[in-house]
Structure formats: structure tokens, C-alpha cells
Design a binder for this molecule. Sequence first.
Ligand SMILES: Cc1cc2nc3c(=O)[nH]c(=O)nc-3n(C[C@H](O)[C@H](O)[C@H](O)COP(=O)(O)O)c2cc1C
Length: 158
Amino acid sequence: MISIVYESKTGHTKKYAQLLSKKLHLPIYSLKEAETKLNQNDKIVFLSWICAGKIKEKNNADKKYNIICYGAVGAYPYSDKYLAELKQANQIKTPLFYLRGGLDYSKLNFFQKILVKIVGITMKNKDENTKEMFKKGKNFVSLNNLEEIIKFMQIKHI
Ligand SMILES: Cc1cc2nc3c(=O)[nH]c(=O)nc-3n(C[C@H](O)[C@H](O)[C@H](O)COP(=O)(O)O)c2cc1C
């Protein structure tokens, strides 16, 4: 049985994991819960958030489980270029899906807020949604964004 395992700081990744679990009828665990629920090398879909270009806890999850595909949740808008950069920076060979999460300033500490604000100021060519997100926070989580990963799982794995 394949499980959905996630790592989330402010809730966007957890929401995607819940939506995916419901849609595919697969059990869902946080990475911490998985420690007691899953065995070494069990098959999982691993969803986690992006911090400074890196998928959080990826190395940890890689060591423990057999990862069928990854879902990386970030604040930036989707682009093929960004997906390719993520693949390279995180040394991913299995399929990787980008899921736009958002920003929730209320759940970030002082330094994280400053860091994210600086990224927002220095980022070029921002669309209106992205400008608004950096200004006051925004949530882009939607079932539609899971379309590709759902298709992949339905065709290949369940
Ligand atoms: C310190 C910090 C660094 C971040 N770096 C990136 C990044 O490199 N790329 C990106 O797309 N989003 C970045 N984000 C945004 C998060 O990935 C985004 O808020 C995501 O939705 C968080 O998921 P969560 O709610 O499950 O924790 C960063 C956020 C923080 C706080």
C-alpha cells in the first residue's frame, strides 16, 4: 500500500497531502507520524515545502522510504524553468511535481518574514497575484494544482 507522507511548516503542504489522500484513497502521515506507522522502504508519495530552493527533509525521507514521486510546495509561480532548477538543486531523478502553496506570514518567525520580504522585493517580473502574496500573504492551494500528480498516480501506480 502506498502512503502519502508530508512535511509542512505553515499548512499548505499538509492541505495538499490531505486533498491527495482523499482523492486517491491513500493513507496520510506527517513525516514524524510515519516513523511509527511505516516500515523502511515502504512506498510513499513525499510532499514537502521548499526553503531556499531545497525540499525540506528530502534526504531524511530518501533514506527511509521508497519514494514514487515528490511534490514540492513553494510560493513562486509555476514555470518549467523553476521545476528544472528544483530537480537539479535537489538531485531528483524520479518524477517531481511543483505545487504552488503560498505565504502565511502569521506562521513565520521574525527572520523568516524578513527573508521572504527581501525575496519579494528583489524578485523581478511579478504578476499581480504574486505581488499581493509577498505584500500580505496568500494561499494558492487548490485541487486543480494536483491534477498532474493525480493523473500520474492513477496511470502508473494504483
Ligand atoms: C525561509 C523561507 C524560504 C523559502 N524559500 C522558498 C523558495 O526557495 N522557493 C519557493 O517557491 N518558496 C519558498 N518559500 C515559501 C514556502 O515554500 C511556501 O510558503 C510554502 O507554501 C510553505 O509550505 P507549508 O505551508 O506547507 O509550510 C520559502 C519560505 C520561507 C519561510
